[in-house]
Write a protein of this length. Structure first.
Length: 60
């Protein structure tokens, strides 16, 4: 009886670790996507500002 209880507890721990690992992989993937999106938006803002400065310099 004691062995069965230990096996059940270990099984629950393994299931918990697997679910937690999947959760970490999912959040890491989402974080990478958010980072790429923010970097793209930042680059676009930088290019717009650079173009405004270049246009202003050309008008002078």
């Amino acid at each position: 009886m004691k062995e069965i209880l230990i096996i059940i507890i270990l099984f629950i721990i393994v299931i918990y670790l697997v679910v937690f690992g999947i959760y970490l992989l999912y959040t890491n993937k989402k974080r990478n996507e958010d980072y790429k999106r923010m970097k793209k938006e930042s680059d676009e803002q930088f290019n717009r500002a650079k173009n405004k400065i270049l246009d202003r310099d050309l008008k002078k």
